[in-house]
Ligand binder design. Sequence first.
Ligand SMILES: [Zn+2]
Length: 348
Amino acid sequence: MYAITVEPHKPGSARLEQIPEPDVRDGSVLVEAIAVGVCGTDVEIIGGKYGWAPPGRMRLVLGHESLGRVLDPGPCDSLKEGDLIVGMVRRPDPVPCPNCAVGEWDMCRNGQYTERGIKQIDGFMSDKWRIEPEYAMKVDRSLGLLGVLLEPTTVVTKAWEQVRAVGQRAFWEPRNVLVTGAGPIGLLAALVGTQHGLDVHVLDLAVSGVKPELVRALGATYHTGSATDIGFHPDVIVECTGVGQVISDCLHVASAGGIVCLTGVGSGGRTTGFTADVCATMVLQNNVVVGSVNANKRHWYKAAQVLAQADRTWLSRLITRRERPETFMQALRREPEDIKVVIQFAEA
Ligand SMILES: [Zn+2]
């Protein structure tokens, strides 16, 4: 079968190549790949900046935003041939740390977790893949190709859970949310915000095109420019750019008692956020900044509900480009109007 593989930490080493069919020891459920989404982590791995091959091997099968069709469920009763499933990405560390021991591998304390397509386990960019039934999340069949949005949605459902958990420290009735960055994570965060009944605002650099249209289609308000110019103090800010100046602006603009959740990592700019001035404001306003990464089974389950409830036409507009495995390098090249680019292996 064909797979897109890379030698981690070697730029320019990615290729489409033939590899052996997946071994039953990789999981009792055999799956035909439908599509795999591409994100910044894949671009970093291809660029030689991140990623680890499985122990004893040089190359890693890329891809962690999966969608596949069950070919053979094996002895698993809860899955049937033809079901659409998405594979969970992270596996608990083998020690395990206290959080992994209770199934919160997203909160791993020792960093020894593994991740499919990223860290020591092959990913999903292959014609077929296998998975352990307990790490397969079934998606609503009516979603079709849109099921490939499940993994990025889990990042958002985890982030929202963190925000709600922090909110419970005091009496808390949030009314509005600012999302910074209208990429896939930002737009999905805005979707969840509207599903929670909040007044949703999204800030991005784009002045026209699909991003403002998608925000307005949610009934949310679109802003460009600085977060400090939006004209109100958000109760919740979901920061999805990772840009130092944007983070700094978020810390300045949050409401008293406001919660800033950081989901983006280092796409440039020095973080000048924690000046004495900002720290004083955070103290006097009881602000919290919380970082959030990855997702556990609870967030995967919630994300499947979010997608099942979402408008299909709106979701379909998030997938702005589809490439074939043979043209995978084009999928990894960012174009101005791209939101989510997917590599499609088979029809949904
Ligand atoms: Zn752990």
